[in-house]
Write a protein that binds this ligand. Structure first.
Ligand code: 5GP
Ligand code: ZN
Length: 117
């Protein structure tokens, strides 16, 4: 059994505000939202990140869920930003592949701020 936090959320062992789920993925609100809508989509299976040999069907399940989650969260029409932090320079803090869906307000044109160049 994976002890990873998001594996535990996927198994229902750690509480989360689940907004959508199916056999392959779970979507839940971020505990520390950085936008009015900030929801994460994770595969139920554990992959560290995009570079962890993720099968195409897992990518398909995760990204197919994104518009569904956007609809459930009410940001489908207004638009939303999708972010995957991958590895240290991107500040990936939880090592279980996840997609951030952020929306509910107009966002900056510049997508990121650099801490160092
Ligand atoms: P990362 O920085 O790895 O791309 O994103 C990890 C995200 O997971 C962060 O936005 C953080 O707020 C969120 N997070 C960390 N721990 C928990 C938790 O226990 N529950 C939920 N719902 N989100 C979490
Ligand atoms: Zn995991």
């Amino acid at each position: 059994m994976e002890e990873c936090l998001f594996c535990r959320i996927a198994r229902g062992e750690v509480p989360a505000s689940v907004v959508y789920e199916n056999d392959e993925i779970v979507a839940f609100d971020d505990i520390s939202p950085q936008a009015p809508v900030h929801t994460l989509v994770i595969p139920r299976g554990h992959y560290d990140n995009l570079s962890d040999g993720v099968p195409s069907e897992v990518f398909s399940a995760v990204f197919s869920a994104v518009p569904e989650v956007a609809r459930v969260k009410g940001v489908e029409d207004g638009g939303y930003r999708v972010i995957v932090n991958n590895g240290p320079d991107a500040n990936q803090t939880v090592t279980h592949l996840h997609v951030h869906i952020m929306g509910g307000a107009a966002m900056s044109h510049g997508m990121v701020q650099m801490e160092r160049s």
